[in-house]
Design a protein around this ligand. Sequence first.
Ligand code: ADP
Ligand code: MG
Length: 696
Amino acid sequence: MKRDAPRQTRLRLDTPVTYLKGVGPARAEALKRLGILTAGDLLYHIPHRYEDASTIASIASLEPGMQGTVVGRVISKGVLPTRKGLRIFQAVLKDDTGMIEVSWPGQPFLDRTIAKDDVLLVTGSVRFFHGRQLQPREFVNLGDEDNALAEGLVLSVYPATEGLSFKVIRGIIDAHLDELLSLVTEYLPADVLRTATLPSIADALRMVHRPTSLGEAMEGRARLAFEELLFVQLLQQRAKALAREVRRGIRFENRRQLTTRLREALPFTLTGAQSRVLREIFADMCSDRRMQRLLQGDVGSGKTIVALFSALLAMENGFQAAIMAPTELLAEQHARSMTRLLEPLGIAPILVTGGLKAKERREVAARLADPEPALVVGTHALVQEATSFARLGLAVVDEQHRFGVEQRKALGAKGEAPDVLLMTATPIPRSLALTLYGDLDLSILDERPPGRLPVTTALRPESARDRVLQFIDRELEKGRQAYVVYPVIEESEKSDLKAATTMYEILAEGAFQSRRVALLHGRIPGEERDAIMRRFRDGEIDVLVATTVIEVGIDVANATVMLVEHPERFGLSQLHQLRGRVGRGAEASYCILLGDVSPETKQRLDVFVGSDDGFVIAREDLRLRGMGDLFGERQSGVATFRVADPIRDELLNESARDAADRLLAADPELESPANAPIRRVLGERYARSLELFRVG
Ligand code: ADP
Ligand code: MG
């Protein structure tokens, strides 16, 4: 077939990759999977890591339990079948110091792409399995270039995709790099770069693609991370400023009626942090601006009472207040505790869940249609169309990270511009919160109510299993209750993970045979699940064997022990959330992690064992695992980064925030000619900038 378009002679950044030498239709298709459509995209396809002589270990030095990167020549290879039908590709690598076996389970197709005598760079962990064996996390086929690294070169490793190896990508980029770099013009103001001591964009791109040293690669990367952080900050800050302008809200008045009466009736005094946070919230609610505030507080820091005071402020102004929780059980729990606290005030919360009978639902609907002050507590049933409020003044979303973006928004969309308070126990450092939720205001509960005993936490090896189970049984003997947590529901062919279902049977017939044991996991229908939790709450179950479904907000003061199996499978923040289920009463409580883990995992878990501060733990989690785990699909409202990592790049993030502050203070709409290049790039990269800056 003949091409209609003439081949462009001059390359431009927006030239489709198909016009590049070396890129045919198949490669173009593969590049598209990597998000690369134009020559400019290719230029911004940044290596995700680098190797040089200093990062390569000798094969002889690898020991079981270690992570390492080696370069070696394939001296033999082949595909092995296993009993379970899984096919494993294996190769033996050799360097000047020795040999090691590398094994890729389930990837027999590698036999076609890896040839004998190829030189591979492999990163992975070493284990002992009929000798030392390397389990690759990532590998690069260097082909026959075995001398490159030895000669002091830095190897740029690019994100690759099936059908397009790292080497081909590197070749295409390298072939066009000089020409492409000559097309790039700087878009950040010179003084911004100077203040942050960062290289120009053309220099930075050269440094990341073709570094002469690792240090240079990092310098180039820093500039690219910085600009990403800067752009997100500009968008967030602009969104916040615009929202301030347009966000007319209800102006409540602090009448000190209901709120003062609750304060007097409370069986405890508020912590300093609770009082401070309430001042921040009340200031928002009493201004004519609409509140959009995120309240962050570690598990057990007492967020519910903060929500309750805020609700009373709305009510004493004649408005309705709604508090939405992610599960029926949690909504019920809130309704109960609030009923108790509000009894002296003569207020009874209205509970709205999916489980209401038709008659109850009609009664509730009638109450909400009446513009009288009311406190409504419920599940997502609150945001369903059928539920409408005559006079909603405050919308609170508890455990907001458990809701999707749409549901979160939907509650605030009820009534006429109610003030919105989002609450979360996923503790993230302030700098990160400001980056991720830049258009919300932030309040932090960083103090726990006094008198709480810390939860004694320990990591125990498999060999201690019997003793651990006996220990738990003694707690049960005293009348306490226990949680046993597993990462998965059922055992599968592929893994030897202990699963909740199997272990439930083993424990119920073995160690805890004289106890009442129940099983709880996400595949049990919601109603039944709630019924089991209710029985546990009411002391009718002694041991709850569960998956992480128990993570959210459940408050059973008599539960004093938690046993977590396969602790290596959990993130530290997740473990911290789980641990928050015990230590809620006056009794000493325990959280025991049980299992044989690798030395690295132990190091990670030790952070959790040694700290009960959710912020410290989250920071470590983020440092070790990046943001992906904390911000999965549910957090789709959150800004994402390609190069930057707001935690690991915390200092860059701070200087990016300062730079954004200064830019917007001088030119709030970025409309001066000097800022035209920034506006252009914002417009190209972020759809959201269109509504915020009128770019384009
Ligand atoms: P979370 O922030 O995890 O949602 P809760 O609001 O459920 O925490 O509070 C945990 C427990 O602490 C509840 O039993 C609550 O009554 C209690 N509590 C809250 N504030 C205080 C306080 N200032 N002093 C003593 N106990 C408090
Ligand atoms: Mg809570």
